[in-house]
Design a protein. Structure first.
Length: 52
């Protein structure tokens, strides 16, 4: 349960950073897609670490 909460927090922070950086560079700001992409990347990274 604790890992899932940490995963959600990391995904939200990552998507916020992506949206902030896109806004600063005057690019179109992604909305829901950035949250999904970051969430999947974090899940894959944590899964890869558990394989070691």
């Amino acid at each position: 349960m604790e890992g899932i909460l940490a995963l959600i927090v990391v995904a939200l922070l990552g998507s916020f950073c992506i949206r902030w950086a896109a806004g600063r560079m005057r690019l179109p700001v992604p909305a829901r897609a950035s949250v999904i992409v970051v969430f999947v990347l974090v899940v894959l990274a944590l899964w890869g670490q558990s394989l070691e």
